[in-house]
Design a protein around this ligand. Structure first.
Ligand code: SF4
Length: 367
């Protein structure tokens, strides 16, 4: 059961969310045990492959160029750096690497070619590869799929009603289209939201309702708590109560029994006990590593310790779907062939010039 039809209205979701907490957690834990192994939690790693300078105006995001934040802007990492980071994350127990680029949308250029190579290389390491690159069209989604992309992340963030209070530079509909393009390419969808942005509980349920209304709800639903960053319009938002995060995780779990609910940003503000309740209520993944794109996050070793205390096991990669096969990319192949031909031409021209320079001068002997 992908969605629980009992919760296909906002009213029903609200009633569920507002249940006495322990009852809600118990119900969520029951659903979780039916569809998932409750001892397994996926350790994922989120890597910012291109940071800052984004033209969008998402009110929570320190990477938007228009806000004055301390984010250390950097252009796209090299394929080698990403592979090195992926190997480190894997050695620390991560089975999934999510690569995030602060782009409004994917462009068909050299940077995207490099991302394609990153996807191929990380998939070859035996890790699930997820990308979050902004809006993309169907052809771009297909290229990513062929490169071996396992999942595409594109969050709806909040309800359609509250959306305009958060972002003005792209429409809710644009987000739905990108999700649809990933779907059409056969890529698994990761899409969720952020709580604590000043929205009402109705908006949180409105977000879940948007996923309810999809023909195919996301396989993965990250639940984030706002990390209020100085310089962004949401800098003054008060942190949410831990109970709200637990309620949101539990409600998502019950409404979408088969999806992986990911406990994402905001974990540094949560106690281990609160996180334990989230795991009990159905969270099946955490992001480990000292940074979540640009905001603070628990270190790998802190999570390893928490797993030990709670008796959790790290989930193996591709437990929820087959590993894609990375195919060679015709655009990159054609470019490389062109570059090789050009390099050969240049080398030949250099050789020829050398030969001409060193050709023996004709000497005429007069007799
Ligand atoms: S959330 Fe993404 S699209 Fe929005 S400003 Fe940040 S990097 Fe840009």
């Amino acid at each position: 059961m992908k969605v629980n039809p009992q919760y296909s209205t906002k009213e029903a979701l609200l009633e569920l969310y507002n249940k006495p907490l322990l009852e809600l957690v118990f119900e969520a834990a029951t659903v979780h045990r039916k569809y998932h192994n409750p001892r397994e939690v996926q350790m994922s790693s989120l890597l910012s492959i291109k940071t800052g300078g984004c033209p969008e105006d998402c009110g929570y995001c320190p990477q938007a160029a228009r806000y004055h934040t301390d984010v250390d802007t950097h252009k796209l990492m090299t394929v080698e750096t990403v592979v090195e980071q992926a190997k480190n994350a894997k050695a620390n127990g991560a089975s999934r690497l999510c690569m995030g680029a602060a782009w409004r949308e994917v462009r068909d250029n050299r940077d995207f070619d490099n991302v394609i190579e990153m996807v191929q290389s990380v998939n070859d390491l035996g890790m699930e590869v997820c990308c979050t690159l902004g809006m993309m069209n169907e052809d771009q989604a297909l290229r990513l799929k062929k490169a071996g992309l396992f999942a595409y992340n594109h969050n709806l963030d909040t309800s359609p009603d509250y959306y305009d209070d958060v972002i003005s530079t792209r429409e809710y509909e644009d987000r739905l289209n990108t999700i649809d393009n990933a779907r059409k390419a056969g890529i698994s969808v990761c899409s969720g939201g952020i709580i604590g942005m000043g929205e009402a509980v109705e908006d949180r349920m409105g977000l879940l309702l948007s996923y309810m209304q999809m023909e195919n709800p996301p396989e993965s639903i990250p639940i984030n708590a706002l990390v209020a960053v100085e310089g962004t319009p949401m800098a003054e938002q008060k942190p949410i109560e831990q109970w709200e995060m637990i309620r949101m995780v539990a409600t998502t779990r019950i409404a979408f029994p088969q999806s992986i609910v990911r406990l994402s940003a905001g974990r540094t503000k949560m106690s281990m006990e609160a996180q334990a309740l989230c795991f009990m209520a159905g969270a099946g993944s955490v992001f480990a590593g000292d940074k979540l794109l640009t905001t603070p996050n628990p270190e790998f070793n802190e999570d390893v310790e928490m797993f030990k205390i709670l008796g959790l096991e790290m989930k193996a990669p591709f437990a929820d779907g087959e590993q894609p096969i990375s195919e060679s990319d015709p655009i990159i192949e054609a470019r490389k062939a062109k570059e090789a031909a050009r390099a050969k031409e240049l080398a030949e021209a250099r050789e020829k010039a050398k030969d001409e320079n060193f050709a023996p001068r004709k000497v005429t002997v007069e007799g």
